[in-house]
Ligand binder design. Structure first.
Ligand code: MN
Length: 493
């Protein structure tokens, strides 16, 4: 890779780029090459190839020019004699802050749990400050995975696992499907080699046959769109990411015929009315499967994902999934929450939107002030933040945000500690239920209490899903034990 590759990629991906901006990119490249001169990657390549690959990836993600420049310089302060101050004096405070953010995240080296969770904490805090820091880390990690074969064998698996467990999980939370899929697929063969082979051997043939078949359906659809005079921007055959296919196969007990979206046809149109016109056209041509028409335009997913999905009995009775959306929805689905600031700078500033939208980013900022122990922190991230979340309602209509699998007890403690401690039963949607019933999004939950009950049951520790509830139950039990002991020790009159 040379500078021209990067400049070309920027011009292809970011329209209306100014000459001055391109000059800045060249300057950053010069500085980075100078700084890293003489350094080599494990592959034997010059080190500069790494920041170049990161910058090109960022351009492909349509990141802004500041992010791309920071990507070029991301390893400079840590690994070379050139300092952050020098970067700031040439490229300004914004670039310097991003580079500093990436540097402070450090390298996620596994040196025991303490160090590991500390790095995680840094990562989340940095994300809350400026999400672009994390996007640079994603691009960095993707190139490191692409060159993972050059790493020491004992390091490969750790890096690969970390990429799936932590990085991809964060990308998932941010709705960055493209990045999530790339991270997982690059890491998959190193993290789980046997499972990788199993998936490949199971799916390879079917994928080939399906691909041919879908090309045919694509041509049929194209013809029909022309006939009906519905303009479209893109029509493409999309393969499911391998790792997510693997996970689905596990769920379906290895039955490939039960996975309908191994390959799908994606149609990008100009506007929302055209989305529904295309859906109508497809349903006229082929019979939809019951219960598989999904209108995520009228009802977007929690992470903002929008699209129409339908699965139909296609030619020769084969089952095919169609995804229909406009360009903006496509960008949100590829880049998630980042799409909002990457493409549309608001007068309130770039980070305004994501900070307001992501409740859990806010929660993470609060964590900064009450660190707790490292083990607890890791647990909290795993149980409260990375897992999928559900939204349930109080009888008054307030929304409570909980991780999937939460119970009425989690709900009660989320509302108030006292409500949790005195909780005795629960009603979900007018039905009396047991306290270990998992809640679903949209449930209306009310808690039955007993005024005289002040202490939770220790069995609840096994039932609850949230860290918060566990902590509060433990606290209440500890306090009760303390009271009990002091009652015993109190001198009798
Ligand atoms: Mn790097």
């Amino acid at each position: 890779m040379i500078l021209d590759d990067l400049l070309q990629s920027i011009q292809q991906n970011i329209p209306y780029i100014s000459r001055a901006d391109l000059q800045l990119v060249s300057d950053a490249y010069q500085l980075a090459s100078l700084a890293h001169s003489g350094q080599k990657r494990h592959s034997g390549e010059d080190y500069i190839q790494h920041p170049m690959a990161v910058a090109i990836k960022l351009a492909e993600m349509k990141a802004d020019i500041t992010t791309i420049i920071a990507g070029l310089l991301h390893d400079v302060p840590e690994n070379t004699p050139i300092t952050l101050e020098e970067i700031e004096s040439t490229f300004g405070a914004e670039v310097a802050n991003l580079v500093d953010g990436v540097t402070k995240l450090g390298i996620l080296k596994y040196r025991g749990l303490e160090r590991y969770t500390e790095n995680l904490r840094k990562m989340f805090v940095a994300m809350a400050e400026d999400i672009r820091v994390i996007i640079i880390r994603f691009a960095d990690r993707i190139h490191n995975l692409q060159t993972l074969e050059w790493q020491r064998p004992d390091k490969r698996r750790r890096i690969a696992l970390e990429s799936i467990e932590i990085y991809a999980a964060i990308a998932h939370r941010l709705g960055m499907w493209q990045i999530k899929g790339e991270l997982e697929d690059l890491a998959f063969p190193y993290a789980y080699p046997k499972e990788y082979q199993w998936t490949i051997s199971l799916a390879q043939n079917k994928l080939k046959i399906q691909e041919k078949y879908l090309e045919k359906i694509k041509r049929l659809t194209e013809k029909e769109l022309l006939n009906q005079k519905i303009p479209y921007l893109d029509l493409s055959v999309r393969k499911k990411h391998l790792y997510s296919l693997y996970k689905k196969l596990v769920k379906k007990e290895g039955d490939l015929d039960k996975v309908y979206d191994i390959i799908a046809l994606r149609i990008i149109v100009k506007n929302i009315p055209d989305c529904y016109r295309v859906l109508g056209l497809i349903h006229q041509l082929w019979t939809p499967l019951k219960g598989r028409v999904k209108d995520y335009i009228a009802q977007p997913k929690l992470n903002g994902y929008q699209s129409l999905h339908t699965t139909v009995f296609c030619e020769q009775g084969q089952i095919v999934e169609f995804q229909i959306r406009n360009q903006e929805m496509e960008e949100v689905s590829e880049f998630g929450i980042a799409a909002h600031w990457l493409y549309k700078e608001t007068p309130q500033g770039k980070n305004k939107i994501q900070k307001d939208r992501l409740v859990w980013v806010k929660a993470l900022k609060e964590l900064k002030s009450s660190p707790g122990s490292h083990q607890d922190f890791l647990e909290q991230i795993k149980s409260d933040i990375i897992k999928n979340r559900i939204l349930v309602f109080t009888p008054k209509g307030d929304v409570i945000d909980l991780p999937e699998g939460s119970t009425p007890i989690d709900f009660a403690y989320r509302v108030h500690s006292d409500l949790g401690n005195s909780c005795q039963g629960a009603v979900i949607n007018d039905q009396l239920v047991s306290l270990d019933t998992p809640l679903k999004s949209g449930d209306v939950v009310s808690v039955l209490t007993n005024k005289n009950k002040k202490v939770p049951s220790s069995d609840w520790l096994q039932i609850v899903k949230t860290y918060q509830a566990k902590e509060k139950i433990r606290d209440a039990l500890k306090k009760e034990q303390g009271n009990f002991v002091s009652r015993l020790l109190r001198p009798k009159k």
